[in-house]
Design a protein. Sequence first.
Length: 197
Amino acid sequence: MNGVFIHDGHSSHVNYIIIGVGKFALLCALTSVAAQTSDSIELHSTYKNLAGYAFEATVPSGFIGHRDAAPAPNHGFAIDLSRDGDARIWVDGSYNVLFVHSARAAAEKSSSWIRERGDIIGSPQFLASRLAGLKAAQMTVRYRDRKAGVARVYRAVAAISEWSPEPGGIVYTVCLDTLAERLAIDEPIWQRVLTSF
C-alpha cells in the first residue's frame, strides 16, 4: 500500500493522507479532518448532497457535523463524538473512479489507512447490509493504535450505486472509528446516521 500517515503531535485529531488506494478512501480521510479547521461549515440537522452524489443523512440531535467549505469538494461530513477527537463518524459519497466491483471491496478500501496507524487484531468481520435501499457490506476491524497503545474499532458500511453521471457509479460509506471502550456508546449514534441515509 502506498500511503502517508501524518500526525501533528499537538492536537488530538489525526490527519492522514492515503495515496493510491481510491478516491473514496482519500476523501473519507480528509473529510474527517474538517472538524479541526476554521474553514469548515457546521451542520446541525440534515446534510443534503443532491447535486453530485445524490444522498442525504442526518446529524443526530445533540451533535454537530462538519464539512469542508468551498472551494473544497463537497463529498460528505464528519461528526466528532468526543472532545479529544478519539471517536468520529464520517459520511462520504464519491465517484467510483477505481471501478471497485463490490460493496465489500469498497468497505475494505475505506479501511486501508489502518495499517499505517495500527496493528490489526484478528481478521476483519463482514456482514451483508443495506444502505439507502442498496446492497451494502458492513465491515468491522479491531486494531491497536501504535502511538496511543489503545484498542480501537473501525466500522464501515459501504454501498455502490450504479446511478451516476460518471462510469462506475458512486461509492457511499458511513464510517465509525472509536476507542474499543467507547463502542457501546458510539455505535448507537453511528446506527442513527446509517438509518437516516
